[in-house]
Design a protein around this ligand. Sequence first.
Ligand SMILES: [Zn+2]
Length: 255
Amino acid sequence: MRRKQPRIVPGGSVLCQRMFTRIGCAGQPPSFRVEFYPYSSLTLTLRRRNDQMIVRFSDLLQRAPLPVLEGAAALLLSKIYRRRTPRALVAPYHEYAKSHKTRQRVQKMRGGRVRAASLHPAGEHFDLTEIYDDLNAQFFGGELRRPHLGWSTRNWRRQFGSFDPGPNQILLNKRMDRPEVPRYVVEYVLFHEMLHVKHPTRRSGCSLLSHSPEFRAEEKLFPEFDRARKALDLLARGRTGLRFRIENLASRLLS
Ligand SMILES: [Zn+2]
């Protein structure tokens, strides 16, 4: 990774000297050297080197308006010189920091969507998009919106499927993308996750709340419900060596 160099803040020394006086320090202000520094978060630091005070603003402030930089300097200097923090002066910095955090959260969310969009629904044996569309036509009148679909990147030990409403994606355990697994098993797991799309809950993952009585009733409309659950039981036992009762199994392995 390229190492970024600090950059001098234009007019930074005069700005800090002005804030030195504004926070109520008397006498000749010290000499300041003010830099934008490539911190990974909104960080402000100050240290003394000989007769000079070295002030570092996070370079995330590089495009911030002047009152924000003044606020940052006032906040830093009032802490160092033990003065009461002048609220009005510091307010623009606090607001900027808050909105910066908001933007970061938005970016993070976007990042999640980008990852979701790059999932690969076409496995080696089963194409989830095709199965989804078939099930949608058969059980939902073709009206269920299609989330991002994909196979897990690893073999999951405890789950056959999941629906996560945040990134809006259904993932299926890639252990099922094998020729010896009957298609109706994959269909059943995907159908179960589609019911989570249809019956949204606040929590992702399986809980008693996510499987309401209506959910359970609709799930049984799947023609091969019993066969599929027995096959999942065998698949789970074959790999983990654990013995579950079938009734418990589906609720542990599907979400
Ligand atoms: Zn579930």
